[in-house]
Write a protein that binds this ligand. Structure first.
Ligand code: ADP
Length: 269
């Protein structure tokens, strides 16, 4: 709880006390919250400051590469630099996205998102990322409208799909599903990729946590994708479930509460 006037942050916790009573524990977490706010601001500012010079560097590298006047060795070195600049650019964009999400505590405004349209877009994105290297299937079991922020949800779905493509070897299978479970709506991505050791799963949504750093870097990962997904889902009161078996593949599931799903696109009363 944050007091509006004095900027004091209190953490309140209700715990059982004896058989029938409860104890209210109040902790002053003002210092901790202030450090946390400073950390977030610092990351946002540094990322923002790095963006402009990096765009300039990337622009000049492109110009040189397009000039057609380079020796083979120069071409190779500049291509390597351009690839690293792109990687750094992606990292900065992800850091900015994450700090934007961390700073907005409120629920997103409720747009009506047509799930069929969203799933088709995500399917096309998967095909383009895979460039024919995988078998990709789409299954929308029932039409629905989700209430949420379209940009954020597209980014969450797209993060899971891009992971499936990156961690599934050539000729593997990837399927995208939208199904109904009770009144809840579930989006999931199933892949036949490298899989994840179960003991690593609880830490996957931490910033920069990667099971295999080398592989993640090789495939263009920033280590921030699932942290971004987790923040977006918290905004939407949705949850992430991960089931995986090393060498067999993974399932990443997003479960939306009934309050966020209108089945058959029916009117909300
Ligand atoms: P990255 O940019 O490294 O992919 P993410 O936050 O998206 O970062 O994912 C964190 C880690 O989770 C990855 O480094 C990878 O080890 C693991 N991971 C995520 N998705 C999959 C998947 N579909 N199959 C296997 N491992 C995955």
């Amino acid at each position: 709880k944050q007091s509006q006037k004095s900027d004091i942050f209190l953490s309140l916790q209700l715990v059982p006390y004896g058989d029938s009573e409860k104890l209210l524990i109040s902790r002053d977490i003002t210092r901790f919250e202030k450090i946390e706010i400073m950390r977030r601001d610092f990351i946002a500012n540094v990322s923002h400051e790095l963006r402009t010079p990096l765009t300039v560097i990337g622009g000049f590298l492109e110009t040189l590469l397009d000039s057609g006047k380079l020796e083979k060795m120069e071409q190779n070195v500049l291509e390597l630099m351009a690839r690293q600049a792109t990687r750094m650019h992606r990292l900065i964009e992800d850091l900015l996205t994450l700090s934007r999400l961390e700073n907005s505590q409120n629920s997103p405004k409720e747009e009506r998102i047509d799930i069929v349209k969203l799933m088709r877009g995500i399917y096309q994105e998967a095909q383009s990322l895979s460039s024919g290297r995988h078998q990709i299937r789409l299954n929308v079991a029932r039409e629905a409208v989700i209430l949420g922020n379209e940009d954020e949800l597209r980014s969450a779905f797209s993060n899971l799909v891009s992971n499936a493509v990156r961690y599934t070897p050539q000729d593997g299978n990837i399927s995208l599903h939208w199904i109904q479970e009770g009144e809840e709506g579930v989006f999931f991505v199933q892949d036949s990729g490298i899989g994840i050791e179960p003991s690593y799963i609880p830490r996957l949504t931490e910033r920069f946590y990667r099971v295999d750093r080398g592989r993640s870097r090789e495939t263009g990962g920033t280590g921030l994708g699932l942290a971004i997904v987790k923040h977006i889902l918290t905004h939407h009161r949705a949850s992430l479930e991960i089931v995986s078996k090393p060498g067999h593949g993974s399932i990443f599931k997003i479960r939306f509460p009934a309050s966020r799903v209108l089945w058959d696109g029916c009117q909300k009363t």
